[in-house]
Write a protein that binds this ligand. Structure first.
Ligand SMILES: Cc1cc2nc3c(=O)[nH]c(=O)nc-3n(C[C@H](O)[C@H](O)[C@H](O)COP(=O)(O)O)c2cc1C
Length: 332
């Protein structure tokens, strides 16, 4: 069992925060197939304070979207207090602070991974958040800013001193963004010296890679990010592999098409008939990526603006798709 503050989780696979991806429909679809605990997309605190529509949408949840973690992004101490007050009424279980985002526009203003360059400031921010909320506070970090400054160990220690209840660590530097090798050694070093749970992130694309992360680092759980693209089954597959050492069968295209259709309905309900089809386009790509003859369908979807058109395309996929021989829906 994984315990973060007063939250007790059975599963070792957590849905990672992903901006532009882990909206309410995405979380609910993944929960249906075994995801126990999920994160929202990161929320910009200033957007929240200005009641920005996009920020408020990120926070939308339902009773079956639980337990839930929210993730906040901010580098200015003065905005934190009023924002945390505003967040008090929201039904979430954990509040995570983002010190990992590599995006230029975020780090250029001193937020996200840039805070790893100012360990004292990050510690101060975490202390402010912890003082202000009675929910467990966690932090998401990277291994460092670049290869020359891998300071995740110091940052994680300071975060623990500040009172965070768990550390999520993406095993790459900011410079690596989302590619390159995972630094299992740094995660292991942190796990070995902290008293709170450490959750590893990076290349969790298959049950085998989830096990590798746990074996190499001793971490308490893993964050599933891109590995959930078009594959909500990954949560139960990981759980099954960790417990029984067996791999579950991959879903067939008929099962995939049925889930695609449900996911479409949920996105249209959430974003509306006008905006929904645009949001769904990349979801269509996620589900169909490992089917060799589906490339024309993936091109077509980017011209579609109506739900009815996409429903037809999903049916076309259901009846014509052929899985790439090398892939069992996902690369291993
Ligand atoms: C599209 C996308 C959006 C992301 N958004 C966030 C975010 O909002 N907050 C965060 O902490 N990490 C974010 N991440 C990082 C992931 O949570 C994860 O740490 C990273 O993708 C490494 O895992 P992976 O190699 O298994 O994908 C994002 C990643 C992707 C691909």
């Amino acid at each position: 069992m994984l315990t973060i503050g007063n939250l007790h989780l059975q599963s070792k696979a957590i849905l990672a925060p992903m901006s532009g991806v882990t909206n309410l429909p995405y979380r609910l679809i993944n929960r249906e197939f075994g995801c126990e605990f999920a994160f929202t997309e990161m929320i910009n605190i200033k957007g929240l304070l200005y009641n920005n529509e996009k920020s408020l949408k990120i926070l939308q949840t339902t009773a079956n979207d639980s337990p839930l973690g929210i993730q906040i992004l901010e580098n200015s101490e003065k905005f934190l207090r009023p924002a945390l007050e505003q967040l008090q009424d929201y039904p979430f279980d954990i509040i995570d602070f983002n010190s990992a985002c590599p995006a230029k526009k975020i780090v250029n203003s001193g937020g996200g991974a840039a805070l790893m360059k100012d360990a004292k400031k990050l510690q101060r921010i975490l202390e402010i958040i912890i003082k202000q909320t009675d929910k467990p506070v966690t932090v998401k970090i990277r291994t460092g800013w670049d290869a020359a400054t891998r300071n995740a160990f110091e940052i994680a220690k300071r975060a623990q001193d500040a009172g965070v209840r768990a550390v999520f660590i993406h095993g790459r530097t900011r410079q690596q963004h989302y590619s390159g090798d995972i630094d299992y050694g740094t995660i292991r070093k942190i796990k070995n010296s902290l008293d709170i749970p450490v959750i590893g992130s990076g290349n969790i694309f298959t049950p085998q890679l989830a096990k590798k992360m746990i074996d190499e680092t001793g971490c308490d759980a893993v964050l599933v990010a891109r590995g959930s693209y078009g594959n909500p089954w990954i949560f139960s597959s990981i759980e099954n592999y960790l417990n029984n050492k067996t791999l579950t069968h991959c879903p067939g295209q008929d099962d995939i098409a049925t889930v695609m259709r449900k996911h479409l309905d949920m996105i249209i309900d959430f974003y509306g008939e006008f905006h929904g089809p645009y949001v769904y386009r990349k979801i269509f790509v996620f589900y169909t990526k490992y089917f060799i003859n589906s490339k024309p369908l993936r091109k077509e979807v980017f011209f579609m603006t109506k739900k009815t058109q996409i429903v037809e395309l999903i049916e076309k996929f259901r009846h014509t798709a052929q899985r790439h021989e090398m892939y069992c829906h996902l690369p291993s």
